[in-house]
Design a protein around this ligand. Sequence first.
Ligand code: IPM
Ligand code: MG
Length: 368
Amino acid sequence: MPNPSLLILPGDGIGPEVMAEVRKVIDWFGANRGLSFEVGEDLVGGAAYDAHGTPLTDDTMALAQSVDAVLLGAVGGPNYDDLDFSVKPERGLLRLRKEMDLFANLRPAQCFDALADFSSLKREVVAGLDIMIVRELTSGVYFGEPRGIVKEGNERVGINTQRYTESEIARVARAAFDLAQKRGGKLCSMEKANVMESGILWREVVTEVGRAEYPDVELSHMYADAGAMQLTRWPKQFDVIVTDNLFGDLLSDLAAMLTGSLGMLPSASLGAPMANGRPKALYEPVHGSAPDIAGMGKANPIACILSFAMALRYSFDAGAEATRLERAVETVLADGVRTADLMQTEGGTPATTAEMGDAVVAALSAGG
Ligand code: IPM
Ligand code: MG
């Protein structure tokens, strides 16, 4: 069997720096655990625009379709703010999601004990928190037609359309139910069935899928606004949350902040199984390109490293190796290694991006 293939798309801002640390981790697994990958690298976002005038070339798109998993850093930056909408860096990421049909976006929010005091909420509210948000990623208002800015009489009208088919709802619901079965057995679905027809259909379809296929999972429903409130009030009431593209975008940022730092959170975007049985997959940190600190060695590489752990688990059937990597991260945090985003007070010298990556590799070696 040939080695599994990985396409690395570092992207913009801090993307290349954090990805360099992931490379160290990938190399460690090759050298020490017999887990080697064919690694390719290409451009996405502003970096691709600078080189080719588009945030994602057709060649890169084809490459992404052909590999076992894509690992993405981050896209965007102030240099690109004035570009036409169609070539903005974000369009590259959205094209990858859409054309690879990555409909299930898994965003875990886990609070590491060593960081419980960094949360904006009280320690007892967040300590031990471990929830999973499953965000629908290829439909809804992000992609619905009609869309655009049109002229009506004397004024312009901005239009976007929230649209969900039954099958789109059912497949993301199944992904979430499957996860709930493997975790705490609870799923909460969030929409706005009180004001949106798409929300009414969402609630109906999730209920039907649950009744017919997952009677062992405890299903509940919440309006997404109340869900935001409950997430800040007592987040530990949740296990898995499933929601649409836009609500999922908002709720996952909210959940991320509960854990203390956006620099810690990974994500997996999964599609249908390929011929080899692996799901189409893209892994990326939840954080953005952080242009204000790009190139300074200040960025926290943990979210990107943990995204690779998710790749080990969901693409490469290497759950035990994923756990090994997650433990290494926990060890490093418990040992007090801190990048600047994880330092509460002034004083003390933060670890650089590279020092954090090296510490994770050292912890892997010590534990392996
Ligand atoms: C995310 C981001 C993206 C989104 C942007 C960069 C297009 O906010 O992945 O959550 O809105 O989906
Ligand atoms: Mg977002």
